[in-house]
Design a protein around this ligand. Structure first.
Ligand code: ADP
Length: 403
């Protein structure tokens, strides 16, 4: 019997999300989350999906990532899915920043760990937590292949014309300042799934992927290869997001520092945590914003309009970047669920070949589906993302290749 299970770990600063998948049929055996690690009120929620069992919850202090992963291992063991099982083929780790070094999933060794560590200055919020997760998992199963799957990897194909900012080259290079892009695992998965929905190979189609979650990004994918994306050095650039401003004039920062007397840290918090939809109207959940609009709330409506205006600008820009567009795919929490956002984003773009069919757009579901009229020049699609499956698929493929 060959080992066919992959554990996917997504380690944040105070949380660990995980899924255990069986790669023979891509089924999910278990999923869960440890939150508020390091606090007295930590919580572990574990759902044994294979057994069709009820979710189990545990509340109490979990001191660190080591304790968190051990608690996860115990929960998995209760369902006969323990980390010591010979059926576990590998652990796939989501790593946010792979810089220019990591262009594909990579088997983790000491040198890889050192390089992820070297990239901390460009990903101070994410890479340290990802590293902690990796170190903990390696200590638990030192013999098992552990694979890093990078959020930035899919975007490393961007040409220099898209990846470079127009700032002094020596200064930019000295500080590794360039556009890296994020959500790459999702953009890779969704662009491929969109091609599949069209009955074509990824090489044959040009797709604009709109990943609209709490964080949001757009990408232009030509023949399966990313040629531009809206996030940059950090996830702050690009679209209006739940709490991030997206694009602003960089001089806003100088102005806030000089005239507003704000510190760099205060401005960082303002633009990353208190801007976007929440800054504009006090809510970052699109459901709540739509509800308020239905009640005639002008601030919610303006926030929605600003969100849509930016989205349209990126759709237009990526039509220009790609030249020929075969499909526009909506994904993630907002993209998969908000028919209003989808309709508003393509409204008036008929000259670009874009339109949605209202009846098709209103249909809800978990499967990839077309929402454009049958005779549309460009397919508009809703394609649910699955970052865990993509990480597991990439992890398993690498393990199979290296075995
Ligand atoms: P992330 O992974 O970035 O945290 P998700 O992709 O899970 O985010 O998206 C979360 C967002 O999706 C929520 O903040 C909310 O705005 C939006 N969302 C979720 N369900 C719906 C829905 N039924 N209608 C509209 N928006 C929704």
């Amino acid at each position: 019997m060959t080992a066919s299970r992959v554990l996917v770990l997504n380690s944040g600063s105070s949380s660990v999300k995980y899924q255990l998948l069986d790669m023979r049929d891509n089924s999910r055996l278990a999923a869960g989350l440890v939150e508020r690690i390091g606090e007295r009120t930590s919580r572990l929620k574990h759902t044994p999906l294979a057994a069709g069992g009820e979710a189990r919850e545990w509340n109490g202090p979990i001191a660190d990532h080591d304790a968190a992963l051990k608690a996860v291992a115990e929960e998995l063991a209760k369902d006969g899915l323990g980390l010591d099982s010979p059926e576990l083929a590998a652990i796939g780790h989501r790593v946010v920043h792979g810089g220019q070094t990591f262009t594909r999933p990579t088997v983790i060794d000491d040198a890889v760990l050192a390089e992820i560590e070297r990239l901390i200055p460009v990903a101070p919020l994410h890479n340290p937590a990802n590293l902690t997760g990796i170190r903990t998992a390696r200590a638990l199963r030192p013999d098992l292949p552990q694979i890093a799957v990078f959020d930035t990897a899919f975007h490393t194909t961007m040409p220099e014309s898209a990846a470079r900012y127009a700032i002094d080259v020596e200064t930019a290079d000295a500080h590794r300042i360039r556009r890296y892009g994020f959500h790459g695992t999702s953009h890779a998965y969704v662009s491929r799934a969109t091609a599949e929905l069209l009955g074509k190979a990824p090489e044959e189609v040009n797709v604009i992927v709109l990943h609209l979650g709490n964080g949001a990004s757009a990408s232009a994918v030509r023949g399966g290869v990313c040629v531009d994306t809206s996030m940059g050095l950090t996830p702050l650039e690009g679209l209006v997001m739940g709490t991030r401003s997206g694009d602003t004039d960089p001089a806003v920062i100088f102005h806030l520092a000089r005239v507003g007397n704000m510190s760099i840290d205060e401005i960082d918090t303002l633009l990353n945590k208190k801007s976007g939809l929440i800054g504009l109207c006090g809510d970052n959940d699109m459901r709540e914003i739509r509800r308020r609009i239905d009640e005639g709330d002008a601030r919610a409506e303006l926030a929605f309009d600003i969100y849509i205006h930016r989205l349209k600008k990126y759709i237009g820009a990526y039509c220009a970047v790609l030249g020929r567009v075969d499909a526009v795919a909506f994904t993630a929490g907002v993209g998969e669920n908000s028919a209003e956002v989808r309709a508003a984003a393509v409204a008036g773009l008929e000259t670009l070949g874009l339109a949605v069919d209202d009846a098709l757009n209103a249909v809800r579901g978990d499967e990839p589906r077309l929402i454009s009229p049958p005779d549309a020049r460009v397919a508009v699609a809703v394609v649910p993302t699955d970052e865990e499956l993509e990480i597991a698929t990439q992890t398993y493929a690498l393990v199979e290749r290296t075995n």
